[in-house]
Design a protein around this ligand. Structure first.
Ligand SMILES: Cc1cc2nc3c(=O)[nH]c(=O)nc-3n(C[C@H](O)[C@H](O)[C@H](O)COP(=O)(O)OP(=O)(O)OC[C@H]3O[C@@H](n4cnc5c(N)ncnc54)[C@H](O)[C@@H]3O)c2cc1C
Length: 458
């Protein structure tokens, strides 16, 4: 491949990393600009030096239908670090727990209501509502975009037991918004993607998790590939504006005044930091307005090191009816096989954390410990050895009612300028797969550009 064009990728999160990796694999000359001193964006490891441990900024789960993310992991050689357990655990206050199968007959049982108190009539109603839901995902009612997920569930006649044991927390997990705010269409679109992928792969989509920290999973393999293929990575390079002349990209202006020359650009920054970058793109007003309306939603993650085990039954446990929004507890001993010399690490995730996001860390830790004591009898006398609260006010773009149809495509009116990032238009909600799929589409557009004319041809 003798393409001398300079490809610049802005943003070193998953979308930017995947774009740079795939452009480099295609033999292109790539420069990656990242405003921070590290790569990984919203998925990264956090070192706790005194405990010799490396938890993450937030536990990330992975659906088996994340085809583009798996392509990325295969490219960087870390696919082996993701596993799919056969079951998850639902836990109620007082310690009562039930296992939710994710494969085969057990998965079907979960779908029809894994709630231990569900009556036969509940299960029959759940079955009917689930079939109706599947049908409406693929043949969406005209007013779905005007409904919250909560309103849609009511209209479908989903019984409270099935909602409590599955649908409400799944909806929250998928769009990081409580069901009373979340757009039913966003949820239905993701379910439709899951159904299509299930048919394609001939198995239901299930949920898995990384068996290593997020830097090892997403970043170090990419760095090795960058070294091998000559990708130039520039840290603390803050892009201010993408320069466009006569309908083509010419460079990227940095905050320090330097211009990085470019013949093609992948703009892979989140909607919250887009301002100014696209000023020279004719349709910038429309994209900025969409980016603003998409807004953001908070997630609070807490890494708790305890002096004893909680007595979990699974690696991932959903706390039902917890703090108003569903909390999830991830047992890093089970997930990573970590040793417990420095305590037992539990990672808690609170999605749609509007109530928690502004609280000081010690209050969040107190609340989380009180929650654990309600759900795990073994937590009664547990001591916190170390705690790390990671508030992420702009964790993902928001997917409340009214956000449908806002997400811009990867293609722009300037063929050499493409967009990527979880918030651009994909088959998924704000997920790592959305970031990876957007990158695949962005790179495909750039690789399809006609080859530059050679001097002889001119
Ligand atoms: C706590 C938490 C839990 C989550 N859990 C899950 C989960 O379980 N499953 C799942 O699939 N997804 C989950 N997500 C969502 C997932 O992490 C994101 O969707 C995905 O990582 C977004 O990747 P991205 O590349 O689009 O954006 P980012 O990761 O935000 O990357 C953008 C990069 O661009 C850089 N940048 C911004 N502006 C500039 C500029 N002007 N110049 C240069 N660089 C710039 C940023 O520093 C950043 O590195 C979670 C997110 C959070 C925060």
């Amino acid at each position: 491949m003798n393409d001398q064009r300079r490809y610049v990728v802005i943003g070193g999160g998953l979308a930017g990393l995947a774009s740079a990796v795939w452009l480099a694999e295609a033999g292109r000359q790539v420069t990656l600009l990242e405003r921070r001193g590290r790569l990984g964006g919203r998925t990264h490891a956090l070192e706790v030096a005194q405990l010799h441990d490396v938890p993450d900024n937030g536990q990330h789960v992975i659906a088996s239908g994340y085809d583009h993310l798996f392509r990325y992991l295969t490219s960087i050689g870390t696919r082996e670090h993701v596993t799919f357990p056969h079951s998850g655990v639902l836990r109620w206050p007082g310690g009562r727990a039930t296992t939710m199968g994710t494969k085969g007959f057990q998965a079907l049982r979960s779908l029809l209501g894994a709630h231990p108190d569900a009556s036969a009539a509940d299960r029959a109603r759940a079955a009917l509502a689930t079939v109706r839901m599947g049908w409406q995902c693929l043949n969406q009612p005209a007013d779905l975009a005007d409904l919250t997920t909560d309103q849609w569930f009511r209209r479908l006649g989903m019984p409270p037991t099935a909602r409590e044991a599955l649908w409400d927390w799944l909806a929250l997990g998928i769009a990081a918004e409580p069901v009373r705010q979340e757009s039913a269409k966003v949820f239905a679109d993701v379910l439709a993607t899951g159904i299509r992928l299930g048919v394609k792969h001939r198995r239901a989509v299930s949920i898995g998790y990384p068996t290593t920290d997020l830097d090892t999973l997403f970043v170090t393999g990419a760095q090795r590939l960058f070294e091998r293929t000559g990708v130039q990575v520039r840290h603390r390079a803050v892009a201010r504006r993408i320069l466009v002349r006569d309908g083509a990209v010419t460079g990227v202006l940095l905050a320090d005044g330097e211009t990085v020359p470019a013949d093609a650009v992948v703009c892979a920054v989140p909607n919250s930091t887009l301002g100014g970058l696209l000023d020279e793109l004719p349709e910038h007003d429309e994209i900025y307005s969409a980016a603003d309306k998409l807004g953001f939603t908070p997630i609070v993650s807490t890494n708790l090191y305890l002096d004893r085990p909680l007595g979990t039954e699974g690696a991932m446990e959903a706390l039902i009816g917890g703090a108003g929004v569903i909390d999830q507890v991830f047992d890093r001993q089970r997930m990573h096989g970590r040793d417990t010399e420095h305590g037992w690490l539990y990672c808690l995730t609170t999605s749609g954390a509007y109530a928690q996001i502004h609280k000081p860390s010690h209050e969040v830790v107190d609340e989380q410990m009180a929650l654990l004591r309600r759900y795990y009898p073994a937590a009664a006398g547990a001591k916190v050895l170390h705690a790390q609260v990671v508030p992420m006010p702009r964790a993902t773009f928001s997917q409340v009612v009214g956000t449908d149809g806002l997400r811009p495509a990867q293609r722009t009116s300037v063929p050499t300028l493409v967009l990527a990032g979880d918030w651009t238009r994909t088959d998924w909600s704000a997920t790592m797969e959305s970031a990876a799929q957007s990158a695949a589409r962005a790179v495909e557009l750039l690789l399809a550009l006609p080859a530059p004319r050679t001097a002889a041809a001119r």
